[in-house]
Ligand binder design. Structure first.
Ligand code: UDP
Length: 486
């Protein structure tokens, strides 16, 4: 029998990708800091890679966990792992479709088993499941075990809104047709008119039967049954979109969800070992270095990679480039032009992975050539760094629209599908030149202020988070009351 006096207990299951695990870990800490008991469930794959990145072996029983430090500081965060349906050694980067298919079809069976065993623990029980919005099963799993379902959306509210209203896009001929309309989309509640090219990549495709499409359609059906939605955005960044979503669901903007100290965290989350480039950055003048990264899982084509490499070289700007081993493909681990590294000498640091928040916060960094992952954008704003945008997939196109058109804190690298080395060099020069840099810098500082204010004690994200805590406690209380009465 469940203990009715115990503290509220939430189970958190992030999507098993770096950009989803990171904010979920910090959401878990935020909740535990406010008196919740949290069970955090990583996939075995993410668990294995996080430990490997730290050069640590799991304890004998495989239970070594990333939260031990915060647990020592008194927070009640438990940790366990679950299979995503594939062997840990399977190359998910090379076989992305198969990985996604496993998450679509197989993962929920494993999740059910683990959640079931947590709920059944004598004297414990759980109250709520917090799962990534991209999962297709949370409302069903939550219902099965009598849990509330909180959907965690790790992208901007604008992207949530586009997916949530996919039927409107279909009815109006902007999606799901072979000759889709090319005029602006002006009928999504709360969303300012938007060009079709600014939709997410999946919404721009005419073939809509891929695994990722099935994930999106099913997940956004499932989220309709969520009790609450938490979004890693800031109300002041997307006011009308957030307001319109609040009319649909209890929707809370609680971002940016960062570690307390931003650059330092007590919880290791990187899936790859972090190279340290701080000493090299220390030797560079303030604002002179470009940081280049395309995130944790999107790939560059070889021609794009070559143009970007030559463009960086032509620009004469110093740079740190995070070049994952699988950036083109795990079958093509050395895609840089011959002699590229030697030719650059001390002008560049090329590394496989870094502690991005620390790099962005280093005073030598003056710009960020980014694929426009949402975490990267929030981190860049927080660090006051203007962006050069090169979206590749998924929400990145919509995120670029926010950065370049709405907030004017960055530049587009290219308006065409292909980019050239000259364009890369010119845009880098524009971003990093003294005149335009100060213009972008002022703009990014103004947006940064909104983020900082949102996290103040009376800021919008703090108030939304407090409201969420009150609302969920009320619902938990009501549920227990009902059970007691039954
Ligand atoms: N990141 C990192 N080191 C790197 C590159 C990225 O720690 O060398 C982190 C980055 O700080 C961010 C996450 O990985 O929190 C990437 O998330 P994002 O949403 O930007 O892109 P995604 O990888 O999901 O495409």
């Amino acid at each position: 029998m469940a203990d009715h006096h115990r503290k509220p207990h939430v189970i958190i299951i992030p999507y098993p990708l770096q950009g989803h695990v990171n904010p979920s870990v910090h959401l878990a800490i935020k909740l535990a800091s406010r008196g919740f008991a949290v069970t955090f469930i990583n996939t075995q794959y993410v668990h294995h890679h996080t430990l490997k990145a730290l050069d640590r072996k799991p304890d004998g029983d495989g239970s070594h966990d990333i939260f031990s430090n915060v647990r020592r500081s008194g927070l009640d965060i438990r940790y366990t792992t679950v299979s995503d349906g594939l062997p840990v050694g399977f190359d998910r980067s090379l076989n992305h479709e198969q990985f996604m298919a496993s998450l679509l079809h197989v993962f929920s069976a494993h999740v059910e088993e683990v959640v079931g065993s947590i709920v059944a623990r004598p004297g414990e029980g759980a109250d709520c499941l917090i799962a990534d919005t991209f999962y297709v099963w949370p409302s069903k799993v939550a219902e099965k075990f009598g849990l509330l379902y909180v959907s965690f959306w790790t992208e901007p509210a604008l992207v949530f809104s586009l997916y949530y209203h996919v039927d409107l896009l279909r009815i109006n001929g902007h999606f799901g047709c072979h000759d889709c309309r090319e005029d602006p989309i002006d009928y999504i509640p709360g969303v300012q008119p938007l060009q079709p090219k600014d939709m997410t990549s999946y919404l721009q495709e005419s073939e809509t039967s891929s695994v990722c499409h099935q994930i999106i359609f099913n997940a956004f059906q499932d989220v309709k049954a969520a009790d609450f939605v938490l979004c890693n955005t800031v109300r002041e960044l997307e006011p009308s979109t957030v307001l319109a979503l609040q009319e649909q669901k209890p929707f809370y903007s609680v971002g940016p969800v960062f570690p307390e100290g931003f650059t330092r965290s007590d919880v290791a989350t990187s899936l790859w070992p972090e190279s340290d480039c701080s000493q090299w950055l220390d030797t560079k003048p303030r604002g002179s270095v470009l940081y280049v990264s395309f995130g944790s899982y999107t790939h560059l084509s070889r021609p794009d990679l070559e143009e970007i490499a030559h463009g960086l070289s032509l620009s004469k700007v110093d740079f740190v480039w995070v070049l994952r081993a699988d950036i083109v493909s795990s079958n093509d681990v050395d895609p840089l032009p011959d002699g590229f590294k030697q030719e650059l000498g001390d002008r560049a640091m090329i590394i496989p992975w870094c502690r991005q928040k620390a790099v962005l916060s280093h005073p030598a960094i003056g710009g960020f050539l980014t694929h426009c992952g949402w975490n990267s954008i929030l981190e860049s704003i927080w660090s006051g760094v203007p962006m050069l945008c090169f979206p590749l997939l998924t929400d990145q196109f919509t995120n670029r629209k926010l950065v370049v058109d709405d907030w004017r804190i960055g530049l587009n690298l290219s308006d065409r599908n292909k980019t050239t080395r000259e364009e890369v060099a010119n845009k880098i020069a524009r971003l990093m030149s003294k005149e335009s840099r100060s213009e972008f810098k002022n703009a990014v500082e103004a947006v940064k202020k909104k983020l900082e204010e949102a996290l103040m004690p009376d800021g919008s994200s703090t108030r939304d988070f407090d409201q969420f805590l009150m609302d969920i406690k009320d619902r938990i209380h009501q549920k227990k009351h009902l059970c007691n009465g039954a």
